[in-house]
Design a protein around this ligand. Structure first.
Ligand SMILES: Nc1ncnc2c1ncn2[C@@H]1O[C@H](COP(=O)(O)OP(=O)(O)OP(=O)(O)O)[C@@H](O)[C@H]1O
Ligand SMILES: [Mg+2]
Length: 322
């Protein structure tokens, strides 16, 4: 086990009298991880992140960061963290240079250090051509990249990104994810999202919350395993029984289920790439001389796995396991 950079223990936050935004959540994030924090709108992601940063106090439970208890007074801990809020706003009249310089001053950096760092960051987030332009004219993608640069000005060990892909088009999303993956080589990162495929692409570990409750915590691989979402559906002209007989002999087939007289769902080993499973079943079908009408897979994204988890009536099982 690596060192725990963040540890949430039975974390609970109740707003007002009875709105339980975070309900007894325990997650741990190890050094070097890119931890995906997943949940639908209103699940409690932002509230948990604000608790992590010590911006609000928990109603019960605690957060430990770098081994110490996080409280609103823990400015020493916060100095070692970088934070990108959802849809950040910046002073419209400033430019990336003047804004990052201002952020550097807030962190008490000297002029040389500020200039060195801000120029390196502006380049690495791809804002070099716009570094002297007013922020007022920036697109959402540019604002996100500036936000990432600002969150990195203090060279944090732990970076917390609250829905950094929010509002981005597919190419902006891809660029941002690539940037995060690159940063993940040096830093521990917590990144929240409600988009599964984003998390699937870059994260090493994942914590899922729904309605304030933790419903899963572990590696993405384990999440896929636990949701049994590795399924290929085959539709045939006929011969379903013959195919089922043959499927029993295949090592990589975990289980299968017929859907009416012409279709079979084949659950395959989660370690196996989808393309290989597709190849495996099509080869089997042609060896048996059957006619294939269609083949589809539900694992190309883990969206289904996620939705399955959320719908799962047995989510309490994960709560207990988490
Ligand atoms: N300051 C607050 N006062 C009262 N209720 C709050 C406050 N902040 C959050 N909530 C409530 O807590 C719940 C969780 O909200 P939160 O913003 O943490 O969710 P989220 O997972 O970040 O959602 P989204 O994906 O929409 O950003 C919601 O019901 C929200 O209305
Ligand atoms: Mg949020």
């Amino acid at each position: 086990m690596g060192q725990r950079v963040v540890e949430m223990k039975d974390l609970t936050k109740i707003f007002g009298e009875k709105l339980i935004a975070v309900n007894n959540v325990s997650f741990a994030v190890e050094r070097g991880a890119i931890f995906g924090f997943l949940g639908p709108n209103g699940a409690g992601k932002t509230t948990t992140i604000r608790l992590l940063l010590g911006l609000i106090r928990p109603t019960a439970g605690e957060v430990r960061v770098f081994g110490e208890r996080m409280t609103p007074g823990s400015s020493d801990l916060r100095r070692r963290m970088g934070y990108l809020p959802t849809n950040p706003r910046f002073p419209p009249k400033m430019t990336p240079i003047t804004y990052l310089d201002f952020v550097g001053k807030l962190f008490g950096l000297g002029v040389e250090e500020r200039m060195g760092r801000l120029s390196a960051l502006i380049r690495s987030v791809g804002l070099l051509g716009d570094s002297s332009r007013e922020i007022a004219g920036f697109s959402t993608g540019m604002v996100t990249r500036l936000g990432l640069a600002a969150a990195l000005m203090n060279d944090p060990e732990l970076l917390i990104l609250d829905e950094p892909t929010s509002g981005l088009d597919p190419s902006g999303r891809r660029e941002t994810l690539e940037l995060i993956a690159e940063l993940g080589k040096e830093k521990t990162i917590i990144v929240s999202s409600h988009i599964l495929s984003d998390i699937d692409r870059i994260c090493t570990d994942v914590g899922v919350i729904s309605q304030g409750k933790a419903i899963f915590s572990g590696s993405i691989k384990d999440m896929k395993k636990s949701t049994r979402s590795h399924v290929v559906r085959l539709e045939l002209e006929g011969g379903v029984e013959k195919l089922c007989g043959a499927l029993k002999a295949e090592k990589w087939v975990v289980s299968f289920e017929t859907r009416g007289d012409f279709a079979v769902d084949v659950v395959f080993d989660p370690e196996m790439p989808v393309a290989e499973a597709v190849k495996g079943v099509t080869e089997l079908v042609s060896r048996l001389g059957l006619d294939l009408i269609s083949i589809s897979s539900s694992t190309s994204s883990i969206e289904d796995a996620f939705m399955g988890l959320l719908r799962d009536e047995e989510s309490r099982r994960f709560l207990a396991a988490a």
